[in-house]
Design a protein around this ligand. Structure first.
Ligand code: NAD
Length: 291
């Protein structure tokens, strides 16, 4: 299957990797060559790591990388059977892209969005002639490792599109779950407000970020603490999801904590900028553990 992934960022690069691993030809498209290069470097490093651990041969790495094309031209999606939209969490940008792709792609092409919480139905509505072929495929971070994909139906999604996307996700080695549209779907409706609350605890001076995480790991059985996870996801993404939950439900329990806004305004977005609640060795770097 020819797959086209839009967005070579945090999620887009790793989702591209997942499709490559399953034997698909993938074109990864972003808006600037340096962004697609960065995405390709992330994928290459992942493969090199597997080679160094003896979990992949160097020949297999070269073979997989040969199935990857990169581009900054939307028209290179013209022969795609499956589009994965993984661009910034902004409805205006997503609609602009989808409307264009609707003109570029053949009638059979299925469009899927990796949105964390924007309305799948609203996106489907902007491409009325193929809204039945629109669906949410929500991967989790890091996408090459996390098993879950929320396969989320818009009100317009056909049963056929749902089944194709569901089976495709399973064929990638993922565990898909069927979800109907609702703000934040399942995981983020629970997870992001919990991170928001963790930030409130830090802002109130009740515990340090490290202690909040230790408390939740040892007291609530979490593998990764909420603030580490929040740094991994990116605070711009967390804020966008909280704003969606708040706007869509009108429920004040989803109000983004002011500290989350401050972190975004400061550019302290987490792992991707090298600084969040914890410090990292540069953008996408390893955590610097303070002694
Ligand atoms: N970060 C997470 O943990 C996470 C998890 C699940 C889902 N998501 C969702 O995935 C999507 C991407 O998030 P991310 O964390 O990868 O963001 P990111 O900021 O790391 O990457 C977004 C990429 O999209 C590119 N882009 C913007 N407009 C574009 C366009 N018109 N065409 C092509 N590329 C374009 C940007 O240049 C950037 O490289 C969002 O919808 C987000 O909500 C994120």
């Amino acid at each position: 299957m020819k797959v086209c992934v839009f967005g070579a960022g945090n999620m887009g690069a790793r989702i591209t990797e997942v499709f490559l691993n399953a034997g698909h030809d993938v074109t990864m498209i972003d808006i600037k060559p340096e962004f697609t290069e960065r995405g390709k470097t992330v994928i290459t490093h992942d493969y090199e790591f597997l080679v160094s651990k003896g979990k992949m041969t160097a020949e297999r790495k070269d073979e997989l990388l040969a199935s990857l094309k990169t581009s900054v031209d939307r028209k290179d999606a013209a022969d795609a059977d499956f589009i994965m939209e993984v661009i910034l969490e902004r409805m205006d940008l997503k609609k602009d892209l989808l409307e264009d792709l609707d003109k570029i792609c053949p009638a059979h092409t299925i469009f899927a969005s990796n949105t964390s919480g924007l309305s799948i139905t609203e996106m489907a509505a902007c491409i009325p002639h193929r809204s039945d072929k629109f669906i949410g495929c929500h991967f989790f971070n890091p996408a090459q490792i996390m098993k879950l994909v929320e396969v989320t139906r818009a009100i317009q999604t056909s049963d056929e599109t749902f089944q194709t996307a569901f089976d495709l996700m399973a064929s990638l080695g993922k565990t898909p779950v069927a979800v109907k549209e609702g703000p934040g779907f399942v995981v983020n409706r629970i997870l992001i407000p919990m991170m928001n609350e963790a930030m409130g605890i830090v802002a109130d001076g009740i515990a340090s970020p490290a202690d909040v995480d230790i408390a939740m790991q040892l007291g609530a059985g979490m593998k990764s603490g909420p603030l580490h996870t929040a740094d991994l996801v990116g605070h711009d993404v967390n804020l966008a999801i909280m704003e969606t939950l708040y706007r869509e439900t009108g429920d004040p329990k989803y109000r983004p904590h002011p500290l989350m806004r401050q972190m975004v305004r400061a550019g302290w977005l987490g792992v991707k900028t090298g600084k969040g609640f914890f410090d990292y060795d540069g953008p996408f770097g390893k955590e610097i553990v303070k002694k």
